[in-house]
Write a protein that binds this ligand. Structure first.
Ligand code: XMP
Length: 333
């Protein structure tokens, strides 16, 4: 039996009863695989790595070492949530690395999206590698691989052309020869969420919308500057809050703000006020290969616009991207 192929008779995990059975099974399997050795996990705070962390904490407690690298491109409050949930509530062995300056210094002046992705991915590996080499006696590496990742690599091996280099931040150099622990590799995303809730992770973490590895780095368009990145993060937080208030947060597949490197003339307090536009993107999709636009009610758009233009320093306009994929990709870069 190929361990990377989901057996035909594997039940879809649709409720807590099935999730708990899966958890018990995986806890036993993890203990059998790992014994008394240590396991390392790059914990981004995304659904997959968070569920893997919670499973491993249940199975082996402090034998798991979670490393959370804050690349300075996280959304507002995300790293704080990782520290709160894993460091405090679950009392995990958590190493938090604030590498913001390293990433932003390297990215200064770089405007090409693929170069930005390479820098972010490469630096992530470096920082993670440095942290890993400070730790002693690690034998295993846990990963939040899920079944669509496996299906995607099969497609890539068959030679389908990629539009963007979607390398997931969190990849490791090949010379780091750890044995892998991949407890959710046969699960689909909806199943991962049910398991996450059964493990007691916060609903907001488990139902978090997808977030690209390079984070806000590919939404702060062109060469990233700290002031524009800050404006983007604040505007994005407002968008998320208002989507929550309007009941759109779990209805819309992905929604975010992008801020381009252009300024327009505006007016504030009766004076000329040059600022960046905040672009709203809100899409629905099944597989991210094509996407349709969510029709956000005008009242919600007005509220978001009023809040962003009054609360976020540097933004003087709000635009609403109506482009489906194709021709627009979901992200702007
Ligand atoms: P696009 O922009 O290609 O996005 O239509 C499709 C989905 O992939 C996400 N995305 C990324 N995810 N690393 C990632 O881990 C990346 O470099 C990357 N670029 C795009 C995007 O957010 C959307 O969900």
């Amino acid at each position: 039996m190929n361990p990377n192929v989901r057996p035909d008779d594997m039940k879809r995990i649709v409720n807590f009863e099935l999730a708990n059975a899966f958890i018990d099974e995986q806890v036993a399997a993890i203990r059998a695989q790992v014994g008394d050795k240590k396991v390392l996990l790059a914990l981004s705070g995304g659904v997959d790595s968070s569920v893997v962390a919670a499973l491993l904490i249940k199975a082996i407690g402090k034998q798991l070492v979670c490393v959370h690298v804050n690349h300075g491109l996280m959304r507002k409050g995300e790293s704080e949530q990782v520290i709160e949930v894993f460091g405090k509530t679950l009392d995990a062995n958590l190493v938090y690395v604030d590498a913001t300056d390293r990433f932003l210094d390297l990215l200064a002046g770089v405007s090409d999206p693929e170069k930005k992705r390479k820098i972010i991915g490469g630096e992530f590996i470096k920082v993670f590698d440095e942290e890993a080499s400070k730790l002693e006696g690690i034998s295993f590496l846990a990963q939040g691989t899920i079944y669509p990742d496996i299906l995607e690599s099969i497609k890539q091996a068959e030679g389908k052309k990629a539009v963007k280099s979607h390398h997931n931040v969190g990849g490791l150099p090949e010379e780091m020869a750890f044995e892998l622990v991949e407890p959710i590799k046969l699960l689909f995303k909806d199943e991962v969420r049910v398991v996450g809730e059964a493990l007691g992770l916060p609903h907001a973490m488990v139902y978090r919308q997808p977030f690209p590895g390079p984070g806000l780095g590919v939404r702060c368009l062109g060469a990233i500057t700290r002031d524009r990145l800050h404006a983007l993060r604040e505007a994005d937080a407002i968008l998320r809050e208002e989507f929550d208030n309007a009941g759109l947060a779990e209805k819309v597949w992905q929604y975010f703000i992008a801020v381009p490197d252009i300024k327009s003339v505006g007016v504030k307090d009766e004076s000329r006020y040059e600022g960046w536009p905040a672009i709203i993107r809100a899409i629905n999709t099944k597989d991210a290969m094509s996407a349709t636009i969510e029709e956000i009610p005008y009242a919600v758009l007005h509220k978001i616009t009023a809040r962003i233009t009054s609360e976020v320093e540097g933004i003087n306009r709000v635009l609403y991207d109506l482009t489906p994929k194709p021709t627009g990709t979901i992200e702007w870069e």
